[in-house]
Design a protein around this ligand. Structure first.
Ligand code: SF4
Length: 346
């Protein structure tokens, strides 16, 4: 059982463990309470007897979640955390301050296999998928460090959540648990680059989680240049899956569209996007992206971003402009992890 990370344990797991180890059952709730508050070190579980803590350490992985770096943006207060996992993998978590509260962007994998041309995560070898508890720990441990309650979560950090489907679904259930973090499904947003079969599977889950899709191009030709996933699934297949999702759930989908100068920020692209999304239960988030070192992509100018937004809105598409936060602390997904790994390889 020693291969199970402590934060993957549910209250039922701990009840069963107490019974097996002949530990009084009420200890399960005490231990679960510590874990839910981000404690990954048994030494901190002060109301749990030492012999029970030793048994826990014999059976589960503790302490495999270590803060390696913590940066705070001077521009907007965004905080970035780099965590080291028990097997040497490194992940990133970003906490952003919005009204009315803190939102964290969690990683679902250590690295990413999707290979998007504009992404720092795609430039470094894939590590592994994270367990549900390791995704959860990014919320509970970050919350403990910040000392403030986290109100919402976006699964939009390093990794493709639908490439780690079962663990991400388990994470959502653990995060929802009122005995644990108690984070409502509507406060969780899952972002995918568009793995069509998984979108279809997710539609059947009947969850109240928000779905967001990284689109970044209005046609297959351009999308294939930016996102290799477009070679596997066409925009037509993607849009069919999106239509099915909105029909089955009556929930709106948000499309993320990062604007890169001279690549996908032209008025023609905006007009094509209007045609593609017209009449759907959709919203577009236009992102003025942070510059990613090691890629050729430059952010579109503010005037271009505004022009793009205006074409969408006058075409009847709901669209907002979102500035990427924490530009002074490399807050875009994977940038700091990439720096850390390159540092270690030098
Ligand atoms: S943008 Fe997302 S899906 Fe694409 S390579 Fe980066 S982490 Fe993976």
């Amino acid at each position: 059982m020693r291969d199970k990370f402590c934060l993957d344990l549910t209250l039922e797991d701990l009840n069963a463990w107490c019974e097996k180890r002949e530990v009084p059952k009420y200890r399960a709730s005490q231990i679960y309470g510590w874990l839910s508050s981000g404690t990954v070190d048994t030494a901190d579980m002060t109301n749990v007897p030492k012999n029970v803590r030793s048994m826990l350490e014999e059976d589960f992985i503790f302490g495999g979640f270590e803060l390696r770096e913590h940066l705070v943006s001077k521009i907007d207060g965004t905080e970035k955390f780099v965590y080291g996992l028990y097997d040497g993998n490194i992940i990133e978590t970003v906490a952003m301050r919005y009204k009315p509260g803190i939102s964290v962007c969690v990683s679902s994998q250590a690295g990413c296999k999707m290979g998007c041309a504009f992404c720092a995560s795609a430039k470094i070898a894939f590590g592994r998928s994270l367990s549900a508890g390791e995704i959860l720990a990014q919320i509970s441990v970050t919350q403990k460090i910040i000392g403030e309650r986290i109100r919402s979560v976006v699964i939009m950090g390093i990794g493709e959540p639908f490439d780690n489907y079962d663990n991400v679904m388990r994470f959502i259930k653990l995060a929802n648990d009122p005995e644990g973090l108690g984070l409502g499904a509507r406060h969780i947003t899952l972002s995918t680059c568009g793995l069509v079969p998984r979108i279809e599977e997710f539609t059947k889950e009947g969850l109240q989680v928000n779905l967001s899709i990284s689109l970044h191009a209005p046609n297959d030709e351009l999308r294939k240049k930016l996102m290799p996933v477009a070679k596997a699934y066409s925009i037509e297949q993607l849009m069919n899956a999106c239509k099915e999702y909105t029909k089955a759930t009556s929930r709106r989908i948000t499309f993320e569209y990062s604007l890169f100068a001279g690549v996908n920020d032209t008025p023609e692209c905006a007009r094509e996007l209007v045609k593609l999304l017209k009449g759907g239960l959709y919203h577009v988030n236009l992102i003025s992206a942070n510059k990613v070192p090691g890629t050729v992509f430059q952010s579109a100018s503010p005037a271009k971003v505004k022009q793009f937004r205006d074409i969408l809105t006058s075409g009847g598409i709901n669209a907002t402009i979102r500035r990427e936060m924490g530009s002074d602390i490399m807050a875009a997904c994977g940038q700091l992890r990439r720096g850390k790994i390159e540092e270690a390889q030098c």
